[in-house]
Design a protein around this ligand. Structure first.
Ligand SMILES: [Zn+2]
Length: 309
């Protein structure tokens, strides 16, 4: 049995905060402690009380005056974009074509994918982020690199290969069948292994044909315990393009609803320009709109109206 008392200023959340003044949702202790036994937290609170309960002779890691808090969770990242963060972009679609789709092609190389995956995980940890949900590239080897790097660091990570079969360079396109087969194989290999969780990841409606959406639909139906991630309503040109590709859909959200991709395990990046009807669909299905403030401000896409959700 291994035991450790971590001493410092402790901040921990008891409940989801209802608002900025909801002081009952968290606990702060100026001279606090986190008591860890065999890698698991067994007590959090006042240092004097916790150390007494822990008994004599327990090792103490004294981090005073620093703050001790739970790991942060990032719910929308692209691991292949690590080296392209903050590349100049006036608009989403132009930015994808000029920088991002060029960068992502490098992830066909397993050595490059492994190198960036290590850097990516270390960068997350150095910022206090211990769990994240991320898109890998279209290449299965990028998913292997991602989960291998997470496993080496004991991190709980969610991710998956992007499925994309149109409106992208040849080197970044799969096909409906290939996207299905590769995703299926990666779920079998990684989902539930250690702390890895798979996210079925059709990138967005613009880069998937209706045939590929049907394959994503089949994957979601066959793997109800996997997460699902895609992008929704980030930029006005994107919305116009996406809805033009699916003329029968009521709106952008209805494209994903039509293929049964909206579940209570679905994370929808951005969600800036949703109508009341679309927000109601999210509420009914339990799908979550993911707020991406740095990206939205950087690309000038718009502001997420949190109160409407
Ligand atoms: Zn994204």
């Amino acid at each position: 049995m291994s035991e450790l008392l971590i001493r410092g200023r402790v901040l921990t959340f008891i409940d989801e905060p209802k608002g900025i003044d909801d002081t009952a949702s968290y606990l702060t202790v100026d001279d606090g402690a986190v008591f860890v036994r065999d890698g698991k937290i067994v007590a959090v609170g006042d240092y004097a009380e916790i150390s007494k309960a822990a008994g004599p002779g327990v090792a103490v890691a004294d981090h005073r005056p620093h703050l001790i808090l739970p790991g942060l969770i990032d719910t929308h990242l692209h691991f292949p974009q690590t080296q392209a963060i903050a590349s100049y972009g006036a608009q989403l679609l132009e930015w994808l074509n000029t920088y991002i789709f060029v960068e992502e092609q490098k992830f066909a190389e397993p050595e490059h994918a492994a190198f960036i995956a290590g850097r990516f995980m270390d960068e997350l940890l150095s910022n206090g982020t211990t769990t994240a949900v991320a898109y890998c590239s279209v290449h299965p080897q990028s998913v292997d690199a991602y989960f291998t790097a997470a496993e080496q660091r004991g991190m709980l990570m969610v991710g998956g290969k992007v499925m994309m079969d149109r409106n992208a360079p040849d080197a970044l396109r799969d096909t409906p069948q290939k996207g299905y087969d590769e995703t299926k194989r990666l779920i079998g290999k990684w989902h539930g292994r250690g702390r890895a969780h798979y996210a079925i990841s059709p990138r967005f409606a613009i880069t998937s044909t209706p045939e590929q959406m049907e394959m994503a639909q089949a994957l979601v139906a066959e793997h109800r315990d996997c997460y699902v991630q895609t992008h929704l309503s980030e930029n006005k040109d994107e919305i116009a393009f996406a809805t033009s590709l699916y003329p029968d859909a009521k709106d952008y959200t209805d494209i994903y609803a039509h293929y049964d991709l909206l579940t209570d395990k679905t994370l929808l990046g951005h969600c800036i320009y949703l109508s009341d009807r679309e927000i109601s669909v999210l509420a009914e299905t339990g799908a979550v709109g993911v707020f991406c403030p740095t990206s939205n401000l950087f690309l000038g896409s718009g502001l997420f109206d949190r109160d409407r959700f």
